[in-house]
Design a protein around this ligand. Structure first.
Ligand code: NAD
Length: 467
């Protein structure tokens, strides 16, 4: 007798007495067979316009359920409802960006400069696995899924087990608008994800998640050299404040960068690098602003800071906030009950790092993601030192420079080792209209935003002498 598949119910991180819908782990082999034997095989042969037509129906279905999905995200992840609504707006808009990108990328190009007439075209890769994190439980996996579907690849969509109930609702809507076997949800945790990705029938993977999991996954599939592996990993993102910066604007942007999604974004601000001549003036603005942002129930319209995802995240926050190599300007504080609800609530915390940390603390302060609303402040004497501090981390996702000089911005952008560099904007401001991807340990250069379609196909060159 086969062992029954495990079932679970998540509790709302912003209201631990609220239990969400039950979810059942998926049998990976059965899901792969479904994607192979369903219309999956024929999906890739449909003209692009028919695939777009089917996806427009999915877009309408998601639009119709936007508010209910936003509420699902808010309840299951503890993200404030306003942010959850923004996530769903981005999900619906993602279709239109992806249609444009697909039309451009999937159109064959003739080559006239060779010895014979020739054509270069992009062909589907086959079954693709999309592995999603908890913090944008729909949006991030959705972007990759739509691109794969447009390219003609059936999708096996594995959401985070921490957001399984809302992901199931999303998957039902996608499935009801698409032919059978084209979009197959796969529920489960790390083991299920690993089983899915290492299966030889799966030919492309888009993984968004932590460095540890991304590294383990890419090691596990390394011998399958033709398997496409796109990795979107973590960040240790800096707000870099120059002496000429608008300090009010910088302070507001740092607050956004630290507190949106309770600091649980890959592009959250966890380092503040500031010219020492304006350090105290910046802190005079930043500290009261951070003090004014206190956690609230995620379902309230007025809440700006929701809950952390689980008890282990609160433990990690507490361990960071107990580090001694730094001077705590705003010490950490946990709140077991907020607005009458039990949840994983914490306050923003800020620390000053005056000298290079000792080795064990260095690991936590400079080399690891915080993934909670905490930042360390370091000061520099000139732009050379600013660049050294910015690049002194194995991650390279986002840096936000604050300056009134375009020349300074462009000069810094030459030296900064980050995939995304912004001026006078929060590190979290990454619009879907732009490509998004990290350097170093933040990923393998694959834009998670605009243009993901490039990683869903393989190029093929055709040439002919005569017919
Ligand atoms: P996680 O790594 O714990 O899990 C992410 C997903 O991977 C989940 O679905 C999980 O079940 C699955 N998984 C775990 N181990 C696996 C394995 N060995 N093989 C296959 N699948 C596996 O991450 P999380 O806590 O859900 O999300 C937070 C992390 O994601 C942070 O590090 C954050 O920076 C990163 N992230 C990156 C981006 C980006 O675009 N760069 C965006 C969002 C989140």
């Amino acid at each position: 007798m086969p062992t029954p598949l495990e079932r679970w119910r998540n509790r709302s991180p912003g209201d631990l007495d609220l239990e969400l819908d039950e979810v059942c782990r998926t049998d990976v082999d059965a899901a792969i067979v479904q994607a192979q034997n369903g219309l999956g095989e024929r999906w890739s042969r449909l003209p692009l316009k028919n695939r777009i037509e089917a996806l427009r129906k999915a877009q309408d279905a998601l639009k119709g359920a936007q508010e209910s999905l936003a509420m699902g995200i808010c309840r299951e992840t503890g993200k404030p409802i306003q942010e959850a609504r923004q996530e769903m707006t981005a999900v619906v808009a993602k279709f239109d960006f992806s249609f444009q990108d697909a039309e451009e990328h999937l159109t064959p190009r003739s080559v006239g400069s060779g010895p014979h007439p020739a054509l270069v075209r992009n062909r589907p890769r086959g079954l693709s696995a999309v592995i999603a994190p908890f913090n944008f439980p729909i949006h991030l996996g959705h972007g990759a899924a739509v691109a794969h579907l447009l390219a003609g690849n059936p999708v096996l969509f594995k959401p985070s087990p921490l957001a399984a109930a809302v992901a199931a609702q999303y998957a039902r809507l996608m499935q009801s608008s698409l032919p059978e076997g084209v979009f197959v949800p796969v529920q489960g945790g790390a083991e299920t994800g690993s089983q899915l990705c290492t299966d030889p029938r799966v030919r492309a993977i888009c993984f968004t998640g932590s460095l540890a999991a991304g590294r383990s996954l890419s090691t596990a599939v390394a011998s399958d050299i033709d398997k496409e592996v796109a990795l979107e990993l973590g960040g240790k993102n800096a707000a870099l404040i120059c002496a000429d910066a608008d300090l009010d604007l910088a302070a507001k942007a740092i607050v956004d960068g630290m507190t949106l999604t309770a600091g649980q974004r890959c592009n959250s601000t966890s380092r503040v690098l500031v010219d020492q001549s304006v350090r105290d003036a910046l802190l005079d603005r930043l500290i009261p602003l951070l003090q004014s942002i206190q956690p609230g129930s995620p379902i309230l319209e007025t809440t700006r800071l929701g809950a952390l995802i689980h008890a282990a995240a609160v433990d990690r926050y507490q361990s960071i906030c107990s580090l001694r190599d730094v001077e705590w300007l705003l010490p950490g504080k946990t709140h077991p009950i907020i607005d009458g609800k039990r949840g994983y609530f914490v306050s923003p915390a800020l620390a000053l790092l005056n000298s290079p940390p000792s080795s064990p603390a260095r690991q936590q302060l400079v080399e690891s993601e915080f993934f909670c609303p905490v930042a360390i402040v370091q000061s520099f004497r000139n732009l050379e030192e600013a660049v050294i501090l910015n690049n002194d981390t194995p991650f390279g996702l986002t840096t936000s420079v604050f300056t009134r000089s375009e020349t300074t911005f462009l000069r810094l952008a030459e030296e900064i080792q980050s995939g995304n560099i912004y001026a006078n904007l929060p590190t979290t401001f990454s619009p879907s209209a732009l490509p998004f991807g990290g350097w170093g340990n933040s990923g393998n250069h694959r834009p998670g935003g605009r243009g993901f379609i490039r990683f869903t196909t393989q190029e093929q060159a055709l040439q002919w002498l005569k017919f």
